[in-house]
Design a protein around this ligand. Structure first.
Ligand SMILES: [Zn+2]
Length: 207
């Protein structure tokens, strides 16, 4: 049976990190919607051109367009045995047009204080987007493996984080509820080390 796994959780819950781990453990590709859209734009396809125009003029990419990009990716041979998809669907309008049938939705739950603690200490490489944390001893200005430097993002401050957490509750929570009604949601406590949380995620997949 293929593992078609969605990973959701509030800002700072470790979605990206745990998705990468799951992808390695299961031998299926890890996909992130943001990256797929950036790749499509960079490739200059017909869809990519439509999206570039929207993004360049500051508009949102409609759900139907982003889902078209995603479904094309899911049709590639390496996704036949499954996938791990991070941060999608993010809202009910995306949920409504996403016709694939995921087998699991892993929800990484962390309290607001933990989101704040992790994100206010988060460092992002300005060149490649890799993330690191002051909580692990990294410092602003440290070099990334790509040659870039780690910096704090301007929007990793309390007000902006609270705004993003509010959007998660308002827009993504209804998506989780919809999948819960389909019986595929696995709630995971996201507080703890990467390895601890990773162990819980694997346990949740077996349950
Ligand atoms: Zn980098």
């Amino acid at each position: 049976m293929p593992y078609k796994i969605l990973v959701a959780g509030p800002q700072g819950s470790g979605k990206g990190t745990q998705s990468e781990r799951l992808s390695e453990a299961l031998g299926v590709p890890a996909l992130s919607m943001g990256q797929l859209l950036r790749d499509e734009i960079a490739a200059g396809t017909e869809l990519g051109k439509q999206m570039k125009e929207l993004v360049d003029t500051g508009r949102l990419v409609p759900a139907a367009l982003s889902v078209a990009v995603l479904q094309a990716r899911l049709a590639k041979p390496d996704a036949e045995r499954g996938y791990v998809l991070d941060g999608f669907p993010r809202s009910l309008d995306q949920y409504d047009v996403f016709t694939d049938q995921p087998t699991h939705l892993i929800v990484l739950n962390i309290p607001r204080e933990e989101s704040l603690r992790r994100l206010t200490h988060r460092l992002t490489c300005s060149a490649c987007g890799a993330v690191a944390s002051e909580l692990d001893g990294k410092m602003e200005g440290d070099a990334c493996a790509c040659g870039g430097r780690f910096q704090k993002r301007k929007d990793d401050n309390t007000e902006a984080i609270d705004r993003r957490l509010g959007i998660y509750e308002e827009e993504t929570r209804p998506v989780i509820d919809a999948y819960r009604a389909r019986g595929i949601v696995r709630d995971v406590d996201g507080v703890g080390s990467i390895v601890e949380v990773g162990g819980r995620v694997m346990d949740a997949l077996k349950s």
